[in-house]
Design a protein around this ligand. Structure first.
Ligand code: SF4
Ligand code: SF4
Length: 169
């Protein structure tokens, strides 16, 4: 498994053509969500995300009113204060704000300051669970995540092996 972020990004870039071929291969032969979930769950169980936090540096998190209430209770603040201090609104959603370098506002020295009440998207990431509706629909996002998430990268590599994919296909 690749842990180093720059090495992972380099390998993911190197595999872009291969991954595109694999996406076609999956579409033609093996759009097998069960296998993706099985491998993803095993890889995820073996990895300690607290040693990584790359997704907290690479993604923006949308929160719900229930998330806002939980975070406020955890921080002993009013929901309106949490909204004002830690979120921004778009026409469609409420997002946790990002620090100047792009990290989530709650990421501090590689750790989540609200881990116990982290929003649902943080709990579900990297979305290799049965909640995903279809591999085809999510493939583009899955491959984007492979550039920074060691779990996704490893899962896709194992999926290639299990489905008999070879780059020259
Ligand atoms: S809320 Fe916590 S887990 Fe979610 S992105 Fe921010 S730092 Fe990461
Ligand atoms: S889900 Fe992926 S990117 Fe996020 S902390 Fe875990 S391994 Fe790192």
């Amino acid at each position: 498994m690749v842990f180093d972020p720059s090495e992972l990004a380099r390998l993911a870039r190197e595999k872009e053509d291969e991954n595109l071929a694999f996406r076609r291969h999956l579409h033609d032969h093996h759009d097998d969500l069960h296998l993706l979930h099985e491998i993803g769950a095993r890889v995820q169980a073996a990895f300690d995300c607290t040693q990584c936090s790359a997704c907290c540096r690479e993604t923006r998190v949308e929160i719900t009113p229930a998330d806002l209430t939980s975070i406020a209770a955890f921080l002993k603040l009013r929901p309106a204060e949490v909204r004002r201090m830690y979120t921004e609104s778009t026409p469609d959603s409420t997002l946790l704000i990002a620090q100047p370098e792009g990290h989530c506002v709650f990421l501090h020295r590689g750790l989540c300051l609200i881990y116990e009440v982290r929003p649902t998207p943080c709990r579900l990431f990297p979305y290799l669970t049965p909640r995903e509706s279809s591999l085809g629909a999510r493939t583009a996002s899955i491959w984007r995540r492979a550039h920074f998430c060691p779990i996704v990268f490893e899962t896709l590599e194992q999926l290639k092996h299990r489905t008999g994919f070879h780059p020259k296909h």
